[in-house]
Design a protein around this ligand. Structure first.
Ligand code: ATP
Ligand code: MG
Length: 198
């Protein structure tokens, strides 16, 4: 597979270096890749439900979760990205910016300056904006955000898909990407509404 066609809006294109890390060389289409990743994500979710999570807000958890979700498909799973993408900060800053986010998220859980769903929305936006990994950031961040809600606020997960497939182009995904773009510009209202906070 030399390139991936048919990426929905708001997805990060994979560059040739990232594609080198594909463990299944026979893959021809985006659909085949989605399927393999989905099987891997299911086993990642099983891992997540098995472990007694000690610290969701640690770099180790963030990286291990990504590895558990994508490590059967991509050799770079769980490793921070080293190349620039159309979304995300300079890769050199990922470690430091993630640490700052995890510190902030810990403060939000301990001092509750925001209701749980607002803390979760802010956590989600910041982590996808950092864009820690070459790919899988959206799927990873949605699960990490639910784990944050559950572990730190004893709050049920967000209904991200809302009856749609969030990985395909549809009105729910359009709303999600538009809400993240508004948050990029400092307006969290659309994202709060998306996660059901108001
Ligand atoms: N303007 C933006 N600001 C912040 N985050 C964004 C923006 N646009 C997209 N994103 C996030 O980046 C994700 C896409 O990145 P990536 O392709 O690494 O994730 P993915 O899990 O492979 O994709 P998907 O979410 O489509 O399944 C989106 O799902 C969304 O969470
Ligand atoms: Mg992607």
């Amino acid at each position: 597979m030399s390139g991936i066609i048919g990426e929905p809006d708001g997805a990060t294109p994979l560059d040739p270096d990232d594609l080198e890390g594909l463990k299944f060389k026979h893959i021809k289409t985006r659909g085949e890749l989605d399927e393999l990743e989905q099987v891997n994500i299911q086993s990642g979710l099983q891992w997540l439900s098995r472990i007694r999570i000690k610290d969701v807000l640690s770099e180790e958890f963030i990286r291990t979760l990504h590895k558990r979700m994508f490590g059967d498909v991509w050799s770079w799973a769980g490793t921070f990205r080293s190349t620039e993408k159309n979304i995300g900060i300079d890769p050199i800053q990922i470690g430091e910016q993630l640490r700052m986010l995890l510190d902030d998220a810990r403060y939000w859980a301990e001092h509750e300056p925001y209701p749980p769903l607002e803390a979760a929305a802010r956590f989600h936006h910041r982590i996808v904006q950092i864009h820690c990994f070459p790919n899988g950031n959206g799927r990873h961040a949605r699960i990490a955000t639910d784990a944050y809600l559950q572990e730190r606020f004893a709050h049920p997960p967000i209904d991200w898909a809302g009856g749609f497939d969030l990985m395909q182009s549809n009105e729910r995904r359009d709303e999600y990407i538009a809400a993240l773009r508004a948050a990029d510009a400092g307006d969290y209202e659309p994202l709060l509404s998306f996660v059901g906070a108001d």
